[in-house]
Design a protein around this ligand. Structure first.
Ligand code: PEP
Length: 248
């Protein structure tokens, strides 16, 4: 059985002091985790976090990447820069970036290409809004979002992580039921299988108000290979509880 992945998305939270306390608390509580644990942190804290994570217990992740390699792109950060700080994962196409920064499926696909070319594993987020779910468009939406990434990346698609994050469940306290999440994960798995012979290698993680109380049931589903955790990743005990569910 492949190891599950639990990735924290700190979003725009943290401070030098808070990051240190949180990370030291996690390291003390984790011991030697039997799942992969990653912390995706704001870019300004990558140097601090590279240092704090130097024992290798957890991997370092970023929250976005430029589609360009270098040049006149004020404010953007390249794969090469992220690599210098030991970044192993990058979140791409989070719904907050799709919504607030108008990131299109095509742009997300190009960012995935850039991450893969630079040796960083993209955690590619897909998910439907509440209106889309209520209109019965969930499958169509997530398949369209993933298809753009598959189309642009060909056989390299086996090197990505997919995160199913229903937009209506992010930061709202409303979680998809284990059954709802599993149904979408199974659809995504089939889509990956049609694209690569190595689809089983691709972790499909769930994100959307995952917490200490619901993680075990979600993570027990056949096609849920881990979690992308926002709010609950900022609290030592909550995040440790989620990790322990994935480590079973
Ligand atoms: C996220 O931002 O990716 C996320 C899943 O957030 P939350 O866990 O707070 O819903």
């Amino acid at each position: 059985m492949k190891k599950k992945l639990i990735a924290a998305n700190w979003k725009m939270n943290g401070s030098l002091q808070a990051n240190e306390a949180l990370t030291r608390g996690l390291i003390a509580g984790l011991g030697a985790p039997t799942c992969e644990v990653a912390l995706c942190v704001p870019a300004v804290y990558l140097a601090q976090m590279q240092d704090l994570l130097s024992d290798g217990t957890m991997s370092l992740g970023a929250q976005d990447i430029s589609e360009h390699e270098a040049g006149a792109y004020t404010g953007e950060i390249s794969t090469t820069m992220l690599r210098e700080f030991g970044v192993r994962y990058v979140i791409v196409g989070h719904s907050e970036r799709r919504q607030y920064h108008a990131e299109s499926d095509a742009l997300v696909a190009r960012k995935v290409q850039r991450a893969l070319a630079g040796g960083i594993t993209p955690i590619v987020c897909v998910g439907e809004t509440l209106a889309q779910r209520e209109a019965g468009q969930t499958v169509e939406v997530v398949k369209r979002q993933l298809a753009a990434v598959i189309h642009a990346n060909g056989h390299c698609i086996s090197e990505i992580v997919v995160a199913y994050e229903p937009v209506w469940a992010i930061g709202t306290g409303k979680t998809a039921s284990a059954e709802q999440a599993q149904q979408v994960h199974a659809v995504l798995r089939l889509q990956l299988q049609a694209a690569t012979a190595h689809a089983e290698r691709v972790p499909i993680v769930y994100g959307g108000s995952m917490n200490a109380a619901n993680a075990a049931e979600l993570l027990a589903q056949a096609d849920i290979d881990g979690g992308l955790v926002g709010g609950a990743s900022l609290k030592v005990q909550d995040f440790l509880s989620i990790v322990s569910c994935a480590a079973q």
